[in-house]
Structure formats: structure tokens, C-alpha cells
Design a protein around this ligand. Structure first.
Ligand SMILES: [Zn+2]
Length: 274
């Protein structure tokens, strides 16, 4: 596992001011940002040239976002198998490219009872973890806290899953939690509660090997609608940053606002101004 010694601020994909991976890491350096999340959201594919450019990234940290087309609770066996393969392929890319952690949206309930879905998630992640162990792949595997009420992945569900595996930890998407809970989880005390709960349930390791997402977000009573920039949203990023600093969180924080590097830089600058 890749060790981290600070909170790293990552862009979602290459910065908009970069052409492609050929100058992405140079631009991150100019912006004083720490790395990026490789977006495999439409499939895990990259050319040998991209691979070389990513491997040439000096000291920048990378994480991976797995494909959107994953549902480990699908009704059809083929869809479950394809979903398992997509998580495995993301993890294999992480080993190949030296990524710190991978995240993905694990499943939809499809009307099933949450307890049944949790049991299935444990069973299906066991298949994934057993294969990764055989392949000597110890990258962090992280189902993300999800933003829609139809999606499996509340904070407690992902914590419960993580308790079963030493290689799994939650990816905490603070904007998703805020949207899913109809605007709650937007104050300093609430952010502290999330981090304290994470530490209490999973131990210091979860605070020292963190992977999180944040963004401005638009939501309805069904949860997440779409991402926004901080300026146009109600998301209280300042208090989140204060809480992350208070708990001395180490790991990766990816800012998924649509303006990519601008909001990522706002977060990092605010963190270091405290
Ligand atoms: Zn995501």
C-alpha cells in the first residue's frame, strides 16, 4: 500500500488548463496541487503512451474512479460478473499505474432490503478481495458513500462492509452524504461526527489512509442531482476543511466541482490558511 503523510488535494481528471496527460502533472505543479483522480468512469482503458506519462509523474499522488456501470446487486449473473470485473480492472490499473486507492459506486438496492444487500456486498467483495490477494494487489478498495437514495452506500453500510476486510475502507463523499440526507451534514460538528465515527468504527488506520470526495452539489428529496461549483451551492466547504485539519486526516481529497482545478485550489489554499 502506498503511504501518505499529509492530506493531498487532487483534481477529478486532468486540470482543464492541461492539454492531456503530457502536461497535466506540470500544470498541477504550477497550481501547487498534489495529484489527480484518473477517471475510468466510462471503462478502464488507457494507451501505453498515457501509461508512460502517468508513470512519469514525479511525486504526484493518483487515485482511480471506477466505471459508472457497476452494480454488484444486479439481478442477472452476467451483470454481477461484469461488475466484479470492472472493480478488478480498476484495481489492476491501480497496481499498474501506482495508484494509492480506487473508488466506485458499488450497487443499487433495486427494491431489496438493505440488510440483504449488505450481505451480498460482503459476499461479492470477498470474491474481489480473494482474487486481488492471489494477484498480490494490495491497493485500497473503496466503495463510495452514494448520493441517491436508490443507491446502496450510506456511511454506515460502507463502514459495516469495511469491517470484514483489511483492504477495504470507505471513500467518504461529503457532498453525497449532504445531498442524500436532505441538506444535513453541512456544519463543523456534523463533519467532525463523520470523522470521529469513522475513527471509532474502523480505527486510526481509516483517518491516516483517507480517500474522500467533495464538491458543490444540487439535490432534491431523492438526493443528488448534479455537482455544482462551491460558489453556486450551499456546501459549507470551509467547515469541512476545518474538521479535516482538526482530525489531522492524511490521504487524498478529490474535489469534484465542475470547475476542476479552481475549487480544488480553493480547498487547498483554505486548508493552509488555517
Ligand atoms: Zn463517484
Amino acid at each position: 500500500m502506498i503511504k501518505v503523510d499529509k492530506l493531498n488535494f487532487l483534481t477529478p481528471g486532468i486540470p482543464s488548463c492541461a492539454k492531456d496527460y503530457s502536461n497535466a502533472f506540470e500544470k498541477l505543479e504550477e497550481l501547487n496541487l498534489d495529484g489527480l483522480e484518473v477517471e475510468f468512469v466510462h471503462g478502464v482503458r488507457y494507451s501505453e503512451k498515457t501509461r508512460e506519462m502517468i508513470l512519469n509523474r514525479a511525486d504526484k499522488l493518483i487515485t482511480h474512479h471506477g466505471p459508472y456501470y457497476i452494480n454488484l446487486n444486479a439481478k442477472e449473473d452476467e451483470k454481477i460478473e461484469a461488475s466484479i470485473k470492472r472493480v478488478l480492472d480498476t484495481a489492476r490499473a491501480a497496481k499498474d499505474l501506482g495508484a494509492y486507492s480506487i473508488t466506485y459506486h458499488a450497487a443499487f438496492y433495486l427494491g431489496d432490503d438493505p440488510k440483504t444487500v449488505l450481505d451480498r456486498m460482503i459476499e461479492r467483495h470477498k470474491i474481489i478481495i480473494d482474487i486481488l490477494k492471489e494477484e498480490d494487489n494490495d491497493v485500497w478498495i473503496r466503495p463510495e458513500t452514494t448520493g441517491k437514495k436508490t443507491q446502496w452506500g450510506t456511511l454506515d453500510e460502507i463502514i459495516e462492509l469495511s469491517k470484514n476486510f483489511s483492504q477495504i475502507l470507505p471513500c467518504i463523499d461529503f457532498a453525497h452524504i449532504h445531498a442524500r440526507e436532505n441538506g444535513k451534514f453541512n456544519t463543523y460538528d456534523e463533519f467532525c461526527y463523520i470523522l470521529e465515527h469513522l475513527g471509532n468504527e474502523l480505527g486510526e488506520i481509516a483517518l491516516n489512509n483517507f480517500h474522500g470526495h467533495v464538491a458543490g452539489i444540487k439535490y432534491t428529496d431523492k438526493g443528488e442531482k448534479n455537482h455544482l461549483i462551491f460558489e453556486e451551492s450551499d456546501f459549507n466547504y470551509k467547515d469541512l476543511i476545518k474538521a479535516l485539519k482538526k482530525f489531522n486526516i492524511k490521504g487524498a481529497l478529490v474535489c469534484e466541482s465542475p470547475n476542476i482545478e479552481i475549487d480544488t485550489k480553493i480547498l487547498k489554499d483554505y486548508y493552509y490558511s488555517l
